[in-house]
Design a protein around this ligand. Structure first.
Ligand code: AR6
Length: 167
């Protein structure tokens, strides 16, 4: 089951939220910074034990002070123009995060729009990858939510979903 939601991912009471992290897994700006701030020190301490994460892979921690039970950390590709395997890596972020969710018995999972901020992925392409991958791979018994932070991105996501549903 796939749906869109407009707002702040740190406020969602779901089984797992996905973090658009970097390979160090020690926090940063954007949604990563917001998640670490809301989760508190415990998240940082657990992240230190993970030994980082490769681009396209995903690792799970507790949610600490977040309403969500788990945080699934994934590392999106930096946009280098599109000819460096970015799309495949981005698709793997979504699929590997879903896989982590299934492995942890998660029934609801919320994703940010991975790579679309600091990592420079163009909005239309980031939306296409996110919506297509999540819509086509969301397990029937799992609520899979793509969270868009602002109105403009949310409206663009709705258009992308409508277009892909017509295909
Ligand atoms: N809830 C939902 N979405 C959010 C939130 C929020 N609270 N805050 C930002 N976004 P970015 P990236 C959206 O830059 O491009 C970090 O420093 C934001 O509007 O967070 O994968 C990491 O440590 C954008 O659409 O992630 C890495 O170094 C989307 O989340 C690097 O940035 C992703 O933007 C990762 O860059």
């Amino acid at each position: 089951m796939f749906e869109l939601y407009k707002g702040d991912i740190t406020e969602l009471k779901v089984d797992a939220i996905v973090n658009a992290a970097n390979r160090m897994l020690l926090g940063g700006g954007g949604v990563d910074g917001a998640i670490h701030r809301a989760a508190g020190r415990g998240l940082y301490e657990e992240c230190k034990t993970l030994g980082g994460c490769e681009t396209g892979e995903a690792k799970t921690t507790g949610g600490y002070q977040l309403p969500a039970k788990y945080v699934i950390h994934t590392v999106g590709p930096v946009w280098h123009g599109g000819g460096y395997g970015e799309r495949e890596l981005l698709t793997r972020c979504y699929l590997n995060s879903l896989k982590e969710g299934v492995a942890h018995g998660v029934k609801s999972i919320a994703f940010p729009l991975i790579s679309s901020g600091a990592y420079g992925y163009p909005l239309a392409e980031a939306l296409e990858a996110a919506v297509r991958t999540l819509k086509d791979n969301a397990p029937e018994d799992m609520r899979v939510i793509l969270v868009l932070y602002d109105e403009k991105t949310y409206m663009a996501a709705r258009e992308t979903l409508a277009r892909l549903t017509r295909e």
